[in-house]
Design a protein around this ligand. Structure first.
Ligand SMILES: Cc1cc2nc3c(=O)[nH]c(=O)nc-3n(C[C@H](O)[C@H](O)[C@H](O)COP(=O)(O)O)c2cc1C
Length: 230
């Protein structure tokens, strides 16, 4: 679905959640509205809603001897949507300090050899991407720092920069659960009381604000200059 009408400022917002009433989908919708208000034509890719199958197929498996391989029609259409976007925002719940399978499969199948990587000038070169990851851990959980480092390494270095993006940022959003959770050194999961009333409202207003700040910073930032080759 397309929002906005500015052909020169194009964005793809990818939402990776299986429930339309999830916090992830809610943040996805707010992100789309924020980007459209900033003048972007936004293509919304709701992977679950569009029935994207994350499983790799023979048709979409790379052939290392043929970087011109034509992939499946479905993947070809996703490649066009990615190509058409100057900026990409991906909104997802953090699963096991990583991506949910739905999103991982989209990258596996669509960000393919000969298209996203494997060329001296990758076709995605120069694009900018923001990864908004919602995490159940509370902001003061020591796991957050490690999670940020892992996601930075995986999403910025191993995926986006590998594929030629000129900027990639991981906006980690802790406190995505209503009931605070922590694990004791003995491995027991402690689940606290659900927040309610004014405290709950303030919690979600703050949460939305942090997400919106990441989007604002993303839209106003200039890409870091690409280092000249020696
Ligand atoms: C399979 C699975 C793995 C998860 N792994 C993590 C994790 O590694 N770190 C974390 O902070 N939260 C983790 N969570 C919690 C989710 O990040 C959290 O439930 C989600 O962001 C809440 O947003 P939602 O309501 O949109 O699903 C996990 C949840 C599931 C279901």
């Amino acid at each position: 679905m397309q929002y906005g009408s500015n052909a020169s400022r194009t964005a793809l917002v990818v939402v990776a959640h299986h429930r339309a009433d999830s916090l992830t989908a809610h943040i996805g919708r707010r992100t789309v509205a924020q980007m459209a208000a900033a003048g972007y034509t936004v293509d919304v890719l709701d992977l679950n809603d569009e029935g994207f199958d994350p499983r790799m197929t023979v048709a979409d498996q790379p052939d290392w001897n043929d970087r011109e391989k034509v992939y499946s029609t479905e993947v070809g259409a996703h490649m066009h949507r990615l190509l058409a976007a100057e900026r990409v925002v991906v909104v997802f719940p953090v699963y096991w300090a990583s991506l949910p399978a739905l999103l991982k499969g989209w990258i596996d199948r669509v960000w393919n050899y000969g298209f996203a990587y494997g060329r001296s000038t990758p076709r995605l070169a120069g694009k900018r991407i923001l990864w908004l990851g919602l995490a159940g851990a509370t902001a003061d959980d020591p796991a957050i720092e490690a999670m940020q480092a892992m996601l930075d390494n995986q999403l910025n270095d191993s995926i986006a920069f590998y594929c030629g993006f000129s900027s990639s940022t991981v906006g980690l959003l802790p406190d995505a659960e209503e009931r605070p959770q922590s694990v004791t050194p003995e491995g027991e999961l402690l689940v606290g009381e659900a927040i309610s009333g004014a405290k709950r409202d303030a919690h979600y207003t703050g949460f939305e604000g942090v997400a919106a700040d990441f989007v604002t910073a993303f839209l106003t930032s200039e890409p870091a200059p690409v280092a000249a080759l020696p």
